[in-house]
Write a protein that binds this ligand. Structure first.
Ligand code: PGA
Length: 245
């Protein structure tokens, strides 16, 4: 269960949150709990993370060092002690101009630096209405994973996030979400192999909250969630984590 705080929480808010949940998280062999926080908070959170919590970044650039004002590199993330990084979130794609090619470079850089990329894919409302959702997602996957060898594929997490469901209060029905998550698993089987498809973790994201999570999480191809709004409150996030059990 992954919290995506986006551009929310001051340092004080973040520390209060982590103290509120640390003691109450189920053990890591039952569910992996991850908080993806703004970069400026990562070090503070890593220092205070309990045994059952992992910390992730929300973005990074793919080069190790250089003249890229304002960017953060995989080497820098690695030294903070984070384990995950969200790559290709639709807000990065639509608001900050990230292309499939950049996303592919970021996935590769993450894997090379032992960070687990949470690769986001998903369709717009227009694409859904045109009936091309599955082919859009397939293309996003092929582009983002190009050059990722099978030995590394299970170090990638995939999040299916229909763009029209993000932050809108509209959730994909559990059946629609399941169809796309199943297609993603099929794509991994075709691009890699059956074992990789079986083991890869596929999350649903888009207005997931305690009132709809159980329904989504019981679907066979939905392994967890990537949650924005409902991850900002510790009680709501804890409930979501427990819904994975
Ligand atoms: P939301 O965001 O849960 O607020 O819809 C999900 C996401 O963007 O990852």
């Amino acid at each position: 269960m992954v919290a995506n705080w986006k551009m929310n929480k001051t340092r004080d808010d973040a520390l209060a949150f982590i103290y509120a949940i640390n003691e109450n998280l189920p053990s890591c062999d039952k569910v992996d709990t991850v908080i993806c926080a703004p970069s400026i908070l990562l070090r503070d959170l890593v220092k205070r993370q309990g045994d059952n919590l992992k910390i992730g970044a929300q973005n990074m650039y793919y080069a190790e060092f250089g003249a890229f004002t304002g960017e953060i590199s995989p080497v820098m993330l690695q030294t903070t002690g984070v384990e995950y990084v969200i790559v290709g979130h639709s807000e990065r794609r639509s608001l900050f101009g990230e292309t499939d090619d950049m996303i592919n470079k970021k996935v590769k850089a993450a894997v090379e630096h032992n960070l687990i990329p949470i690769l986001c894919v998903g369709e717009t409302l227009e694409q859904r209405e045109l009936g091309i959702t599955s082919s859009v997602i397939r293309k996003q996957l092929e582009n983002a994973l190009e050059g990722i060898p099978s030995k590394d594929i299970n170090n990638v997490v995939i999040a299916y996030e229909p763009i029209w469901a993000i932050g809108t209060g509209k959730t994909a029905s559990s059946n629609d979400a399941e169809v796309e998550c199943k297609n993603i698993r099929e794509a991994i089987k075709e691009l890699y192999n059956a074992l990789a498809a079986d083991e890869i973790r596929i999350l649903y994201g888009g207005s997931m909250k305690p009132s709809n999570a159980k329904e989504l999480l019981k679907m066979p191809n939905i392994d967890g969630g990537l949650v924005g709004g409902a991850s900002l409150d510790p009680n709501s996030f804890l409930e979501l984590v427990k819904d994975c059990l």
